[in-house]
Design a protein around this ligand. Structure first.
Ligand code: NOJ
Length: 557
């Protein structure tokens, strides 16, 4: 595989609203981020992915953009943003910005014009259709509950919104829309940014007839008509040709519901589209037949099968991105580890996995502290539009409140969005005002200050993992081979690059378990590179008693 800086990087994701407030209004902001750059440098990350900081009425916390070239007042000014970029570059870090162009805000000037009349020059910037049989133009469901269409009084036509009704979908069939997007991207790149994370980028090409979705609900998921749609690769190749290829940047496309085969079309090095994609197969592992909120237990065998499939199928073809949580997902230690008695051990074990696979690891803010999910007693304390809409819809359909709250506690997006826990002071040092979303009450024991002081903390473990990646090429580029496929407790694999070989052993259980190295793995000596427990002197790698959530990374010779 071709060697590039973004393959060798570790990315840190900042959700600006929840990172650090600097002016006491309870909302994180850019000067707040600037005040924490030394912290990020200490952690050792290479790239910051900044979630949207653009002007927005905040229906979906900035993923509804009303001006792509302006900064939201809550977050600061363009001068603050320039200082942030400079501060990062001075410290040897890079910045990638969120690009949200499947949809804009309904308060964007384009949409304000578009809705005025059928012959407005901006009409075709969005997707408008007549009513069908007195109802919506088709039966598609919005990702945020209800129909994906809204009728607009002025002309009586409906516009498409796959997300909230304040997030109308842009019409990528229109050349002018694509030109506007490319010019806007160029404007940011000329300011010196290092790439983009592209929001739901595989949704931008819809089958123009917008056929009904299969299913017997009132509204149904229409993914087959807009995911990886007919012109998607043409659009991305055009974007690459017109914009991206002129800069040395990284791009990561958020692409729900892709298979490795489809993903390789986005990321294969000979295709000129994206550097890597975020795929969500693992994130669906605990979704039941009723979808994401219908939480079902997951099994390690399935977890390993999914991870291994992506490791093997993209090897030599395209690049993986590695993550176990982000601003849309619950906290990884609560979901895949143990956020009670073994919080530290399991957070380190999961980190070991993410940082020893082929691909670029993404750390979501607070993950390096082992931040956990939260349980607010009342719906009034929740802020996320997806969660609130789902709550109302399910309540109306007769589900009990207790049942819905249980789903929210395990899957709600606000789990990840509680403010960053900096210290044990009021509101965790996030703000001197009232936080827009309450701080997780466990901040008195889980916070940055405590983590920096404790040499054995999760934070310092992450720091060491990031350092190791810089020292051993095999961690970045090595081939992956799964061991003990059928084991229900242990996840073990090797990574090999020429004569360098690593053995990674992870106990996913809170019970001790015996690890036996398959005879096929032959070695003369084994040196521990990192682990979350100290290996007893004289321990043999052939047969080891693993402690709860134990993780060991060994270099075999
Ligand atoms: C994916 C983003 O990560 C999520 O936060 C947002 O709600 C949707 N796309 C819509 O932009």
């Amino acid at each position: 595989m071709k060697k590039t800086w973004w393959k060798e990087s570790v990315v840190y994701q900042i959700y600006p609203r929840s990172f650090q407030d600097s002016n006491g209004d309870g909302i994180g902001d850019i000067p707040g981020i600037i005040s924490r750059l030394d912290y990020l440098q200490k952690l050792g990350v290479d790239v910051i992915w900044l979630c949207p900081v653009y002007e927005s009425p905040n229906d979906d916390n900035g993923y509804d953009i009303s001006n792509y070239q302006g900064i939201m007042d809550d977050f600061g000014t363009i001068e603050d943003w320039e200082e942030l970029l400079e501060g990062l570059h001075q410290r040897g870090m890079k910045l990638i910005m969120d690009l949200v162009v499947n949809h804009s805000s309904d308060e964007h000037a384009w949409f304000v014009e578009s809705r005025k009349s059928k012959d407005n020059p901006y009409r075709d910037y969005y997707i408008w259709r007549d009513s069908k049989n007195g109802g919506e133009p088709n039966n598609w469901a919005s990702f945020f509950s209800g129909s994906a269409w809204k009728r607009d009084e002025t002309t009586g036509q409906y516009f498409l919104h796959l997300f909230s009704s304040k997030q109308p979908d842009l019409n990528w069939e229109n050349d002018k829309v694509r030109r506007e997007v490319y010019d806007m991207m160029t404007w940011w790149l000329d300011k010196g940014i290092d790439g983009f994370r592209m929001d739901v980028i595989n949704l931008i090409s819809k089958i123009p007839e917008l056929p009904d979705a299969a299913g017997d609900g009132k509204y149904n998921f229409g993914g087959e008509h807009f995911m990886n749609g007919p012109r998607i690769h043409e659009f991305l190749q055009e974007m690459n040709r017109e914009v991206l290829s002129k800069y040395d940047v990284m791009t990561v496309g958020e692409t729900p519901c892709v298979t490795p085969e489809e993903a390789s079309l986005y990321v294969r090095e000979d295709r000129g589209e994206l550097s890597m994609v975020f795929q969500f197969e693992l994130m669906d592992i605990d979704a039941g037949p009723g979808g994401k909120w219908n939480v079902t237990p997951w099994k390690l065998i399935d977890f390993k099968r999914i991870m291994s499939k992506w490791q093997v199928e993209l090897d030599g073809k395209g690049w993986n991105s590695l993550f176990l949580n982000n601003h849309d997902q619950p906290r990884m230690v609560s979901r895949f580890g143990n956020d009670g008695a073994y919080r530290k051990e399991s957070a380190k074990m999961l980190a070991t996995l993410l940082h020893t696979l082929q691909g670029t690891p993404y750390i979501y803010q607070g993950e390096e502290l082992g931040m956990t999910n939260v349980k607010f007693a009342s719906m009034d304390d929740y802020r996320d539009i997806e969660t609130i809409n789902m709550f109302n819809e399910y309540l109306e359909s007769g589900r009990s409140e207790a049942d819905i709250m249980a789903s929210i506690y395990s899957k709600g997006r606000d789990n990840a969005r509680t403010p960053m826990q900096w210290d044990g002071k009021a509101h965790s040092g996030f703000t001197t005002g009232t936080p827009w979303l309450q701080v997780n009450p466990n901040y008195t024991e889980i916070n940055v200050k405590e983590s920096l002081e404790d040499p054995d903390s999760i934070f310092h473990y992450y720091r060491r993992l990031i350092e190791l990646r810089k020292q051993h090429e095999v961690i970045v580029y090595g081939h992956y081979e799964l061991l003990l496929e059928e084991d229900e407790h242990i996840y073990a694999y090797t990574r090999t690059l020429e004569d360098e070989r690593l053995l990674v052993i992870l106990n996913f259980d809170e019970e001790p378990v015996t690890f036996e190295l398959p005879e096929t793995v032959v070695y003369e000596s084994a040196e521990v590179l990192i682990g979350n427990y100290v290996l007893p002197a004289g321990a043999s790698v052939r047969r080891m008693e693993l402690r709860p959530y134990e993780a060991q990374v060994l270099k075999l010779k």
